[in-house]
Write a protein that binds this ligand. Sequence first.
Ligand code: CMC
Length: 430
Amino acid sequence: MSSNSSTLNVEDRSVELPVKHGTIGPSVIDISKLYGQTGAFTYDPGFTSTASCESKITYIDGDAGVLLYRGYPIEQLAEHGDFLETCYLLLYGELPTAAQKADFDYRVTRHTMVHEQMNRFFMGFRRDAHPMAIMVACVGALSAFYHDSTDISDPQQRMIASMRMIAKMPTLAAMAYKYSIGQPFVYPQNDLDYTSNFLRMCFAVPCEEYKVNPVLSRALDRIFILHADHEQNASTSTVRLAGSSGANPFACIAAGIACLWGPAHGGANEAALKMLEEIGTPDRIPQYIAKAKDKNDPFRLMGFGHRVYKNYDPRARIMQKTTHEVLNELGIKDDPLLDVAVELEQIALKDEYFLEKKLYPNIDFYSGITLKAMGFPTSMFTVLFALARTVGWIAQWSEMIEDPSQRIGRPRQLYIGSPKRDYVTVAQRG
Ligand code: CMC
């Protein structure tokens, strides 16, 4: 589409709708005045054809399998950059100079501790609470602890809230994990880099010295880069919608975490590993492929398919490489789950059903195997996703708040309930 307007006929009316063009990617038809001009809404459940905003942050070409953060290909960032540099890029739009990077790393590091009273907040959870439940609650609760950064009209407060969340997410995530296994919380150690610090908070115990494995730290850092942003996905749209009402940033990110938890979204990494465990051995794969193809069976291949990627998810390729690196480093020669995953991928990629529907492995297909090998329980997988996605949510939320045309998000509906009718008293109801 290259023209600047498009004509739409609605019943007996014809309206000219402006067409807007982005830098790259599909153009959009601006329908914001459609209701005023025709009295009709558009209908797009699941938003398959709807652009909800303008954004300069992340670009995906789902057919070509391309993912760019601020224009930079994910492959290059994952290979050469580190997670905090990616955070800077997503937040500010440019890669930092050495001085800017040092300053940013320092600022994040200064906020890694959480208020000591948060420790008591944890005690209210049952031991077997899912760490995602704890994360939703604790991140929302940050707004009760940090009143000085909840005024969204103040750019300085917005910046401090952003720093706080990026810095405290690993601390809270590690606390959720430690609490679930009955070990004492480990305080952050600020001379470590972001990801090494997180590994230490998860796996150190007070009675032993803990040495961070640099290969694992680098691998996890790369996993964080892969998860940092993904344009207007369900959780990001949730954050934007929550933020559009003027809610404070901690509450908005808590809403994003809640949305991410679902198995169709961030919960898929946990579900994918459980599926591989359930399949167990390569000889059982055909039976699961058949289940996935059966219209009457709700089973889906977890870690397969994507709303936007109709090609191999570029993050999945990097993740697959990272899985091999981590298993090599840990001396895991034969991982039965990896055997099942590799075979399952090969079979699915040759199967007519998956080819026709363009279902390819997504980022969650291999991430579970990697995280499990590093020592994380399955219940922590989505927490790690939330940790890394926090910066994306914040960048998108900030972009929205700074947009002068921003208004509350308020979709409409096609009402299919009863037309107006009169109340009938209980005695008169048949
Ligand atoms: N296994 C089997 N069939 C599938 C799968 C799958 N994993 N995914 C989609 N299909 C089929 C689906 O049954 C449908 O068939 P039909 O047209 O005959 O009804 C067709 O493919 C299109 O599926 P859809 O549900 O309409 O597609 P969607 O864009 O609404 O859903 C998805 C995308 C990611 C929710 C879906 O592919 C899925 O449930 N995948 C498994 C869960 C998963 O791995 N999620 C992680 C996504 S990546 C990380 C993230 O974003 O959080």
